[in-house]
Design a protein. Sequence first.
Length: 110
Amino acid sequence: MNLVLEREAPPLREDETGAIRVGNSRVLLELVIIAFQDGASPESIVQQYSTLSLSDVYATIAYYLRHQEAIEAYLDRREELAETVRKKLSEVQPDLSLIRSRLLAQKKSN
């Protein structure tokens, strides 16, 4: 039996917002990579995100290990975008901690 070696594309796709998703799921690349960096095994990542396949998680981690610099740059851009969104939200929304404190005080007085 002869083994035929084939190149496979990583199980990653870019959605309409520019975010990279893993496999056919809606799980973001950064969630898988951050879990891996935090010491999670591929099996535990699949348990955490049940829409992922084990083979897609292994392939994603392998791709990350081979292209670490590019993935880290992508993660940095995503974090910058998240920070921009957080700043915009904080400018629009009131300080919710004050509302929470007031509600807790009311609850204690009842």
